[in-house]
Design a protein around this ligand. Structure first.
Ligand SMILES: O=C(O)CCC(=O)C(=O)O
Length: 337
């Protein structure tokens, strides 16, 4: 099979034209400020009600935050990044055995975002895995590197527990019972995108991932602590999120925006690329079960606030999300009352 991925060992001296964005859509990197006050929430601080308040404030104001003392060991985080790196360093022929551009596949290596739908490509390769239940999906995961399945399954179990702890705190921060949100979401799916952004000859002209919001409930992002690349939109300005070596970045997804009746923001974010260094990030997505009906619980609408979104199932939402290009309008706009 022809090498469609960009992590192919080829050194590019200029950006291939299919990756070049029109002038008005470029990242304007010199205008992006560092996000100095990104909330860093200490989950081990002991004062649960303070943590819940901090999480609620961050979800309302930013739609994202970082967590430290989150219960996932440094060893587990480091091993995951190392094995992901090893995977993307494999010979391109080995990687291409896993290549697909069909978004319905439960395990695939792919490139850009939705290569068949988009007009301009993105400087990213990614390995996309379904991760829950593990017994169902691990057998189809890459068997090279040989330690991949073990390391990634351990990480997936840990990150799922962290996600549930955060959902409980978010539920309480909305004035709901601890289990309320989790109960609405049913048996949650879990997916992972291992993103690899090779060195890019002209980072000013393209993206690793253009601006998007995540279609799921909550995203837990582990980023390479040596290379920045994640940017978030706050008050109409793009801000660079400096990697914190021990933290995860938590993004509120579209389903939480809908369930909170618009009180919490599903944040616009993007990944930019780098002329000197490659970058890795690993996004873990918790998703409602396909049949979960997404509808803001009564306490969030009983104060007279109009219900912003119509009821929909997650299956309906997800299909709509993947039928579009990534950087169109917010997909939730299509579900407004
Ligand atoms: O690489 C990053 O920092 C962002 C990744 C991301 O937004 C995604 O995988 O959806």
């Amino acid at each position: 099979m022809e090498a469609k991925v960009i992590s192919s060992g080829i050194q590019y001296s200029s950006l291939p034209s299919s990756y070049v964005r029109p002038e008005s859509e470029r990242p304007k990197l010199s205008e992006v400020a560092d996000c100095e006050n990104v909330p860093v929430i200490d989950l081990g601080a002991g004062d649960r009600s303070l943590t819940i308040t901090q999480i609620g404030d961050a979800c309302r104001e930013y739609g994202f935050f970082q967590v430290i003392n989150h219960g996932i060991s440094k060893e587990s985080m480091d091993k995951l990044l190392a094995v992901a790196h090893e995977f993307f360093s494999l010979p391109v022929e080995e990687k291409m055995k896993l290549y697909s551009d069909d978004p319905s596949k439960t395990m695939r290596l792919s490139t850009s975002f939705n290569i068949k739908k988009e007009t301009v490509h993105n400087w990213r390769d990614y390995l996309r895995l379904h991760c829950y239940p593990l017994e169902k999906y691990v057998p189809e995961w890459p068997s090279v590197p040989p330690s991949f399945k073990d390391i990634v399954s351990t990480y997936c179990r840990e990150v799922r527990q962290l996600g549930f702890r955060l959902q409980e705190a978010i539920s309480e921060s909305l004035g709901l019972n601890r289990d309320n949100l989790k109960n609405l979401l049913g048996e949650q799916g879990q997916h992972m995108a291992v993103n690899f952004y090779p060195v890019c000859p002209e980072p000013e002209l393209t993206y690793g991932l253009p601006a998007h919001t995540d279609p799921n409930v909550l995203t837990i992002l582990l980023q390479d602590s040596r290379v920045a690349g994640l940017q978030v939109l706050k008050d109409d300005k793009w801000l660079a999120v400096k990697p914190h070596p021990d933290a995860f970045v938590i993004n509120i997804g579209d389903q939480l925006q809908a369930l909170s009746n618009g009180k919490y923001k599903s944040v616009w974010h993007r990944a930019v690329v780098n002329a000197e260094k490659e970058r890795l990030s690993v996004a873990s997505f918790l998703c409602p079960c396909d049949s979960a009906v997404i509808s803001a619980p009564e306490p969030l609408t009983s104060d007279g606030s109009p219900t912003i979104y119509r009821n929909f199932t997650y299956a309906e939402y997800y299909k709509k999300f993947w039928s579009r290009n990534l950087d169109q309008e917010h997909c939730l706009e299509l579900f407004k009352n």
